[in-house]
Design a protein around this ligand. Sequence first.
Ligand SMILES: NC(=O)c1ccc[n+]([C@@H]2O[C@H](COP(=O)([O-])OP(=O)(O)OC[C@H]3O[C@@H](n4cnc5c(N)ncnc54)[C@H](OP(=O)(O)O)[C@@H]3O)[C@@H](O)[C@H]2O)c1
Length: 272
Amino acid sequence: MSGQHVSVLGGGHMGRALLSGLLRSGTRPECLSVGEASEAARLALMRELGVSATADNARAVDGAAVVVLAVKPQQARAAVTALAPLLRAQRPLLLSVAAGVRSATLESWCGPGVPVVRAMPNRPALLGAGATALYAPPSVGTELRGAAERIARAVGEAVWVSDEDLLDVVTALSGSGPAYFFLLAELMAEAAARLGLPAPLAQRLAAATLHGAGLMAAAGDADLARLRAEVASPGGTTEAALGVFAADDLRGTVERVLAAAARRGRELGTLA
Ligand SMILES: NC(=O)c1ccc[n+]([C@@H]2O[C@H](COP(=O)([O-])OP(=O)(O)OC[C@H]3O[C@@H](n4cnc5c(N)ncnc54)[C@H](OP(=O)(O)O)[C@@H]3O)[C@@H](O)[C@H]2O)c1
């Protein structure tokens, strides 16, 4: 992203994750600006990341080649419509990470001539370990797709989907997914503590296990089922544990979990 100015509207959890990832991958702080409503968040961003942050979104966006929309879906309409004349005059790429908000809706808020790409990143972008899926309407050309992809790649892995509806599935899988793993690790630590392990020790071991398993899963062409099978030797402890997951229909639970998140993603789009 060297040289191109990127403006992020909304410096909350996701905005900060993207900014941190971009800085880690070599984007200079002076090439980034943030429009952020909360004063406390602005001060923290300036102090901790060294980027300029303002409550005046028009100022944040001025001169930007890419505007990343990282406010909550319910806040997106107000943020975009207030800037619409400026966006039409300046024509930056609008890269929206807002869950559920359709590209046609974003285009209608901006008015004609503003190219829109949607991205669904996740919070590990903070550490450059994000997973992002991108969607661009057919009208968006190769160069702008490349600009969107460079931002996504600066913060981790990036893939494209050709059907916009699939972004709701991505939201349910990798957008919300880190929370599912955190919950599982949290519950494992609590269960271990109830079995007698000191709670801080249980937390450390659970977090380190999540980290190690994540590294193995991310390596090369890791086959998740094979990785699981390699831990679960026949008749062993892991097999006994996995049997309880199966008996309690973990598969069905996970299916319902992802369906609920995808449904909520679609709902958020309609609320925007
Ligand atoms: N969190 C994730 O892991 C994740 C993953 C994938 C995608 N996303 C997407 O990322 C977006 C942001 O989510 P988040 O979790 O980062 O939310 P968040 O922490 O609430 O951040 C949004 C920030 O934007 C500020 N804001 C609101 N209206 C604004 C405006 N008009 N101009 C500038 N700043 C404004 C908010 O300030 P106030 O608090 O004062 O309103 C808040 O600080 C959402 O659309 C979500 O779908 C999030």
